[in-house]
Design a protein around this ligand. Structure first.
Ligand code: EPU
Length: 346
């Protein structure tokens, strides 16, 4: 285990915020994770776990030991009925994992192609796209307690997955570090093309009975077109969650804004499109200092160069106020935002 002091994280977060960590270490195994946690404890340093930094907002200085989880694994460990059970290490690159599982004949993750980040971060915010959520496939998640150093295997139910949310985002859940998980994928192709934009894309390409790899390619094509590339335009993906409102609130909004997209949810509430709200409030493509809401997708905040956390929080507040004034809705931040001491700003 090699712990590096004063490590520059500006290339290790996709929003490209300048950040120096007090110490940094790459973790290849659960044993190394235990060693690193013991080292941090002896130094009385907080620990921050960073995946690929694609869903975080970092302060200029992080007075913590930052762990880059690189635990590998992608192997079939069993079969049960129509499912095939795959063990996945937290350090696997998510998109490469989607491609690997398809090549191995394990289906289901194709709609989640090209989502930036590592597999270990996927359960934290229950990544979802194009009609599929990670929760649809999780059998269990193995994690290590930061304080007691004991390992636990949480069932899907114990992970309490919800839209962009899970146990791991709660105060109790933050005490655990994910090391690996078990996914129950399909043994036979079983594509899900219910999401409007996805079926349109396939139809446009003349594909009527898509194979999983064709779904994957269609998702990749849509994402490349719709979302700014973090390499060219540093960003952290969707910056706000899509608000979920009661049928009553949705109805009153629709009276005033008949064009407003609304998507029915299972419990009679409705999900609104934050991108639409931001665009309607005049913030699509608009900058504040060195940051902007993307011209391509209003929901994505981009760093035009040299931005700090304060710049990001200023724009967040400006967009939230504009949307609140217009629609009486409060947009909630999606990426995790860290303070200097490694705690999370909610
Ligand atoms: N829209 C606008 N203006 C825009 C962009 C979109 O009005 O600039 C409208 C569209 O017309 C559409 C609606 O907003 O009616 C939804 O747009 P989209 O299909 O692009 O999805 P989204 O709600 O903006 C969510 C996820 C994405 C995921 C896509 C596809 C959240 C917070 N975001 O975005 O996830 O890829 O659906 O399933 O739920 C991410 O987490 O980083 C991410 C990109």
């Amino acid at each position: 285990m090699l712990i590096l002091p004063r490590h520059d994280l500006s290339q290790l977060n996709t929003l490209g915020l300048a950040c120096t960590a007090r110490a940094w270490c790459q973790i290849q195994s659960t044993e190394a994770l235990v060693d690193a946690l013991q080292w941090a404890d002896a130094q009385q340093l907080p620990v921050v776990v960073l995946g690929q930094g694609s869903n975080v907002l970092l302060p200029p200085v992080l007075d913590a030991l930052v762990l880059q989880i690189a635990i590998p694994a992608c192997q079939v460990i069993g079969r049960d009925g129509d499912r095939i059970r795959v063990k996945v290490g937290a350090g696997e690159n998510w998109h490469q994992l989607v491609e690997k599982t398809l090549k191995m004949g394990c289906f289901g993750l194709e709609n989640l192609a090209l989502i930036p980040g590592l597999a270990g971060a996927a359960p934290v915010q229950n990544i979802g796209a194009y009609g599929v959520e990670l929760a649809d496939f999780v059998s269990s998640v193995t994690c290590l307690n930061r304080l007691t150093l004991e390992a636990a295997e949480l069932s899907r139910q114990q992970c309490t997955f919800a839209y962009r949310d899970s146990f791991f985002k709660s105060d109790a859940g933050r005490g655990w570090i994910i090391t690996d998980m078990v996914l129950d994928l399909w043994q036979q192709a079983q594509v899900n093309v219910t999401y409007g934009g996805l079926s349109d894309e396939l139809q446009r390409n003349g594909i009527t009975e898509p194979e999983p790899w064709q779904v994957k390619d269609a998702v990749v094509a849509i994402r490349r077109r719709k979302l700014p590339d973090p390499i060219e335009s540093p960003n952290a993906g969707s910056f706000f969650k899509n608000p979920v409102v009661s049928a009553e609130k949705a109805g009153s909004l629709l009276k005033k804004w008949p064009q407003m997209p609304q998507y029915p949810q299972p419990n009679s509430s409705l999900k609104l499109a934050a991108a639409w709200l931001i665009e309607a409030a005049g913030w699509k493509g608009k900058s504040l200092g060195p940051v902007a809401m993307s011209e391509q997708q209003a929901l994505v905040l981009v760093n035009r160069g040299g931005a700090t956390l304060d710049d990001v929080l200023d724009l967040e507040l400006a967009v939230q106020s504009a949307v609140d004034t217009m629609f009486g809705l409060r947009l909630e931040r999606e990426p995790l935002c860290y303070r200097l001491d490694g705690s999370i700003i909610s």
